[in-house]
Design a protein around this ligand. Structure first.
Ligand code: IMP
Length: 178
């Protein structure tokens, strides 16, 4: 017991329904061929697993690691690559899969890194979007849910590495996240 509490924002059912809709939309939007899904570790791996199975065309899955918030709630603004892709993306249709776009600093950095490798296209799919916090303009092609400026955990999202395995997305409240 640490005095924190969780309030469900999106239930497992609601998340899964929305991801199926996103998969259908993605299938409809791309003319054909293989889609190269790039999961941003660690938070997006749950979303990536469900989104990939909602897409019917061939997909390649790959992973990128970046330094995260660490134990706190606010970003330092500095992004560091901790794991690079295993596969080449030149000429590929790349879909970057994120758990949440907040300030936009992380995704802007990653798009810049990947654009240098000359993919055919790059788009972003995020489960959650906090547009009110944006510091960089980001064009997000696929958004699961827009949320207000609240700190959320679950379905991959963590606070100090906790709560990732919750099936719902919840708002974390309490003294530790004040
Ligand atoms: P950005 O660079 O500010 O857009 O931050 C994106 C990253 O910050 C996400 O991939 C998350 O790891 C983390 N993040 C931002 N907001 C939250 C939140 O409400 N809960 C958990 N992690 C978050």
């Amino acid at each position: 017991m640490d005095g924190s509490s969780l309030r469900t924002l999106f239930s497992e059912e609601k998340i899964q329904k929305r991801i199926r809709e996103m998969g259908t939309q993605i299938d409809a939007d791309y003319p054909g061929g293989t889609l190269h899904l790039v999961c941003i570790l660690k938070g997006a791996c749950f979303f990536m697993a469900d989104l990939a199975r909602s897409i019917e065309r061939d997909v390649v899955v790959d992973f990128m690691g970046i330094s995260s918030y660490g134990r706190g709630k606010t970003t330092s603004g500095a992004v560091k690559l901790t794991k690079d892709l295993d596969t080449a993306i030149e000429g590929a249709d790349v879909l970057l899969v994120e758990d949440i776009v907040d300030t936009g600093v992380t995704i802007t950095y990653l798009v810049n890194v990947l654009e240098q490798r000359k993919p055919k296209s790059i788009r972003i799919a995020t489960l959650l979007d906090k547009p009110s916090r944006r510091l960089r303009p980001v064009k997000v092609a696929y958004v699961g849910f827009e949320i207000p400026d609240e700190f959320v955990v679950g379905y991959g999202l963590d606070y100090a590495e906790r709560y990732r395995n919750l099936r719902d997305v919840c708002v974390l409240q309490g003294p530790q996240v004040a």
